[in-house]
Design a protein around this ligand. Structure first.
Ligand code: XMP
Length: 529
């Protein structure tokens, strides 16, 4: 069984760790990886591992401290995950969060009981003790709780550091050991100063200097890729988006000419996409780039299809067929690289508890199936999007690429409502480019998380010059969102709307009306199809 809790091959180093390391023991909490991410924000490498990693292995990895994550169980459940009590004798600083705290206190003799009421959500917490862990915090702050059980009687072994009216032991410290517990979740943004608390643990309590940089991660991945790939060939599918570009860039750094990139032009791409990919991966990074012009094939298969899910299925199937054919024609291809991110591997469980729901990945239809027969390489599998962006910049990708809005796999196929003809797609492509250009020139592109044009399947009457027109309608969509699971429509300044509308109507032939979408998600979705 892998020791890291990612769904893929473990990447913990076999040799003792030279850089500062914090391990998060994963008890199944939906925010466990967020803890790791917050620690990495302190420039300290941090990784999620199985909660039952052996003490020998922990000693070998030589971490500066351990964090025990939250989890869905109650310490009294028969099957509740436990730890080796020897963990608390290693002499390492330990921070237990929620379930991790309850387990810590219970193992060390404290009692855990169901709280008088389940606490779920924001609550005000007072700082009641003095300790490096709570140094610099205000006397009172909002924290995010999500628990049924709580530490009830710390039996004199623990000192209270923070408390709420219903949860006196919201933060505790062991009297003699560097062992701490937090009943609330410092890793979620709803907890004020949660980052500062974790920073205190990592820097003050564990004594980390914070010397880790994203470049260290690149070096580690590059070395791991080289070792795994040997002299074999790796195929990487490029989509034009951030993730696949970063994957290709890191592979190029690792194995150079042993990398072959495949870019399928399905005719549903944004304006200039194909040229940009060529420029980047043929001219800048000199990869063996295969651009497959499959526009006609896609459009033929999609002719007359208007149902959104049917379109998605066709686009997904044809993509796999085209990709597979090209991949099979590349001699010695052994590995397939994919831009899977950590949120993609977090399951969207039915009992999603509180803030965890916000870190789920949006659906990613149109990927490649496992049975393509290649061994998978997923260099980004432990990273969140912002870390991928930092990595991209470090690898020499441009700001423009690294901050691109997400673009769905089925592309303009699900933004061109109704019939997918080459002519209608061209109209949409032009209108979409105008929307994005105007947002960039108004300095709004980064304020908005996703914006695009949609071509509607209706015609409306207009006048142009002396003549009556009967032409198509473009809807403009722009949303602000943290996680793409919910989204607000963006209150676009009138002058920007005006510039977009005027340009589209003047420059895109066959469009005589522009509307702005003022619906939020839910109940609307971000895409129209
Ligand atoms: P919705 O429309 O469901 O979109 O609010 C949420 C996010 O998912 C993207 N999206 C897709 N991405 N294949 C993808 O790769 C798809 O079929 C697909 N549908 C929606 C959408 O662009 C937004 O970022």
């Amino acid at each position: 069984m892998p020791e890291t809790t990612s769904l893929v091959a473990p990447s913990l180093p076999a040799k003792p760790q030279r850089e500062e390391l914090i391990l998060v023991l994963d008890f199944g909490g939906q925010t466990a990886q967020l803890i790791a991410r917050r620690v990495r924000d302190q420039n300290v490498f941090c990784q999620l591992v199985r909660h039952d990693l052996s003490l020998d292995r922990i000693r070998e990895l030589n971490p500066k401290g351990l964090i025990l994550s939250g989890g869905p169980a109650s310490v009294y459940d028969a099957k509740a995950p436990k730890v080796d009590p020897g963990l608390f004798e290693l002499g390492l600083p330990i921070l237990g969060i929620c379930y991790g705290m309850q387990l810590t206190c219970q193992t060390l003799g404290g009692s855990v009981q169901p709280g008088t009421k389940r606490e779920f959500g924001r609550t005000i917490c007072q700082v009641t003790g003095t300790d490096p862990l709570v140094a610099g915090l205000p006397p009172s702050m909002t924290v995010w709780m999500s628990h049924g059980d709580q530490v009830h009687d710390a039996t004199g072994q623990f000192v209270q550091l923070m408390g709420t009216s219903t949860c006196p032991f919201a933060a505790v410290k062991h009297r003699t050991k560097p062992i701490y517990g937090l009943q609330f979740h410092p890793e979620v943004t709803h907890t004020e100063h949660g980052g500062a608390l974790l920073a205190n643990f990592v820097k003050q309590v564990c004594g980390c200097q914070g010397t880790w940089r994203i470049s260290s991660l690149i070096e580690r991945e590059v070395a791991a890729i080289r070792e795994r790939v040997g002299n074999k060939r790796v195929i990487c599918g490029l989509s034009g988006g951030v993730d696949s570009s970063v994957v290709a860039a890191i592979l190029y750094k690792a194995i150079g000419s042993q990398l072959s990139c495949i870019f399928v032009d399905n005719g549903l791409l944004r304006k200039g996409e194909s040229d940009k990919v060529r420029d980047r991966f043929q001219n800048h990074f000199k990869t063996d780039l295969h651009v497959i012009d499959a526009k006609d094939r896609f459009l033929n298969e999609l002719a007359g299809v208007t149902d959104p899910q049917a379109k998605r299925k066709i686009i997904g199937r044809v993509f796999i067929e085209v990709f597979r054919k090209e991949a099979e024609s590349i001699p010695d291809a052994h590995f397939l690289a994919q831009g899977t991110l950590y949120p993609d591997v977090i399951e969207s469980g039915a009992n999603v508890d509180g803030p965890a729901a916000t870190i789920k990945a949006h659906h990613n239809v149109g990927g490649l199936p496992k049975e393509l027969g290649f061994e998978l390489i997923e260099p980004l599998r432990e990273l969140f999007k912002d870390e991928v962006r930092r990595m991209g910049l470090e690898l020499g990708l441009t700001e423009e690429l690294v901050w691109r809005h997400p673009f769905p796999g089925p592309g303009l196929g699900v933004r061109c409502l109704g019939d997918l003809s080459a002519e209608r797609l061209e109209k949409l492509r032009e209108a979409d480019a105008i929307v994005l250009e105007e947002l960039r020139s108004a300095g709004l592109y980064r304020t908005i998380q996703q914006a695009f044009a949609v071509l509607l399947p209706v015609q409306s009457v207009g006048v142009m010059g002396d003549g009556r027109t009967y032409e198509e309608v473009i809807a403009v969509r722009a949303v602000q969102t943290d996680d793409f699971m919910t989204a607000d429509w963006f209150p676009m300044p009138y002058e920007v709307l005006q510039a977009i509308s005027t340009r589209i109507i003047n420059e895109v032939r066959g469009v005589n009306r522009v509307v702005y979408d003022i619906s939020s998600k839910p109940p609307s979705t971000i895409e129209w199809e």
